[in-house]
Design a protein around this ligand. Structure first.
Ligand SMILES: Cc1cc2nc3c(=O)[nH]c(=O)nc-3n(C[C@H](O)[C@H](O)[C@H](O)COP(=O)(O)OP(=O)(O)OC[C@H]3O[C@@H](n4cnc5c(N)ncnc54)[C@H](O)[C@@H]3O)c2cc1C
Length: 466
């Protein structure tokens, strides 16, 4: 591959020591950047022969430590394989190399009036491979589904280096859905190198509303009411007062700094249907004590509204240098209860928590703001994180809506999955990767074993697992 694409200098390795979950870090022994599926396959064959861990990596924007090499080994970076190879308007699909960014797929499809629906807020940086591995969502997941609903087929490299293709353009119902098993498996079953992605037509019309509320609870109730009235908006996103003010400090969008919550509702579809939905949405907002609202009049105003949401995490960097973003899910009807509980956990642990929510599908992103050099604060942040996840589970929710399990939530898996569930998942893993070379030490608590951990992560030290 040439020296340029095989990195071993400690300074180079440190660039790859973690993803966007910066609480945990562990350097790889080697970073390799292949340009083709065949090159990647050769690397995996060599690693397999020597039982060296291989961890696939896209843009490293993951938020659960998925791309961190907890047991060292090879960080296999796919960003050189970044081409959208082909867009087919006839089949409404695209063939892409997985190192392509999410947004580049929609950009390539745009001239056919098509787009790739999953739209994580990280879409200008995160790769299709990372989206596939984490089963990424985004604001528009509420109506259009997760990445898994838009992957038709994959070319993958298996743990022993074999190249196989699963799924494809044509719909079949008589085989095991192997692409379905690999999507969301966080690089633990196979490494994807190409993907056939479903594209959908752009809507006739889109209407976007920005609304302010006097309390987060009232905004949450409005979200529940909108869905209960039979309206499924394309997106319903919310940020709290702390986040709103950070965004305003950052971008001067003219937001109402006094509002407790900012809610974005986007409707799309045919003009006649949208007109009826607008009335229902407005009545739900009024019934829940809305302070004020504005419908975007054109594309420019729509972009400004979305800027308030899509720049939220970056803007929080103004408050503290580090942020730990959680990803718990709760039933939508429990939004107000969850929000009160998160506030109480933050207060008790003396941790500043800013809240960003995919409110429509009950996916919460409390972001704990901290200074990494303050050890006591780090301990409190990790403890509060565990308590918030437990709260989500107690409210009938689950650990992750879109960021995956990675290292971050591995220990919590038994809170939501029974022994039998975990054993079955372990059997699937063993079937794909009997020597545990692909992204070991992630997702499957049963397959870990403290003695095997190799390198000690900060969370292991703090919670004394080993
Ligand atoms: C500011 C910000 C906003 C975000 N917003 C969202 C959001 O709205 N929705 C959302 O879902 N996520 C969001 N994320 C999280 C993150 O962007 C997603 O998880 C994304 O899918 C990761 O893509 P990546 O290319 O960065 O993958 P990486 O972080 O490099 O890797 C993620 C995981 O995928 C595996 N992997 C990577 N490539 C492959 C491959 N080719 N084959 C097999 N496994 C592979 C890795 O081993 C790792 O386990 C956000 C992150 C940030 C920093």
């Amino acid at each position: 591959m040439g020296e340029k694409h095989v990195l071993s200098h400690p300074v180079d390795l440190s660039v790859y020591e973690c993803d966007a979950e910066t609480l945990d870090s562990s350097k790889p022994d080697l970073v390799v950047l292949p340009a083709t599926t065949e090159e990647l396959s050769e690397v995996v064959k060599l690693a397999h022969a020597s039982k060296i861990p291989v961890v696939a990596r896209g843009a490293g924007t993951g938020l659960s430590g998925g791309a961190t090499c907890v047991r060292g080994g090879i960080s296999l970076v796919l960003t050189r394989m970044n081409r959208v190879l082909f867009v087919s308007p006839e089949e409404s699909c695209a063939l892409v190399q997985v190192g392509a960014t999410n947004v580049s797929v929609s950009q390539a499809a745009s001239r056919y009036n098509l787009y790739f629906a999953p739209d994580p807020s990280s879409q200008t940086a995160s790769t299709v491979g990372g989206n596939v591995a984490e089963n990424a969502g985004g604001p528009h997941t509420l109506k259009y589904g997760m990445t898994t609903h838009h992957v038709l087929g994959l070319k993958v490299v298996l743990a022993d280096g074999q190249i196989v293709t699963v799924g494809g353009v044509s719909r079949t119902s008589n085989d095991l859905d192997l692409a379905g098993i690999i999507v969301g498996s966080e690089g633990t079953l196979a490494i994807a190198t190409e993907a056939v992605l479903k594209l959908i037509p752009k809507s006739d019309k889109t209407e976007t509303l920005l609304a302010y509320f006097p309390s987060v609870g009232q905004a949450g109730q409005a979200v529940s009411d909108i869905v209960a009235h039979g309206v499924i908006p394309a997106a319903m996103e919310m940020i709290d007062n702390l986040t709103l003010n950070a965004v305003e400090d950052n971008s001067s969008l003219g937001l109402d700094r006094n509002a407790a919550a900012l809610l974005i509702v986007e409707l799309d579809g045919q003009a006649s249907a949208i007109a009826a939905e607008r009335k229902l949405v407005e009545s739900c907002l009024v019934n829940n004590g809305i302070l004020s609202s504005i419908w975007a009049r054109d594309g420019e105003e729509r972009a400004t509204i979305w800027k308030a949401r899509k720049t939220a995490f970056g803007a929080l960097g103004r408050i503290a240098p580090h942020g730990y973003v959680l990803d718990g899910v709760i039933p939508r009807s429990k939004l107000a209860e969850a929000i009160d509980g998160i506030e109480e956990i933050g207060r008790r642990n003396k941790v500043t928590v800013a809240n960003v929510y995919h409110a429509g599908d009950g996916n919460l992103h409390p972001c704990m703001l901290y200074h990494r050099d303050d050890e006591q604060e780090v301990v409190r942040v990790m403890r509060a994180g565990k308590e918030i996840l437990l709260l989500c589970v107690k409210l009938g929710g689950t650990l992750s809506g879109e960021h995956g399990i990675g290292i971050e939530k591995m220990e919590e898996m038994p809170m939501v999955f029974s022994e039998d569930d975990l054993e079955l998942m372990g059997k699937v893993k063993q079937c794909f990767d009997p020597d545990l070379v692909l992204n070991p030490g992630k997702m499957f608590p049963h397959l870990k074993g403290c003695g095997e951990s190799g390198r000690t992560l900060l969370r292991h030290k703090i919670f004394s697992h080993c």
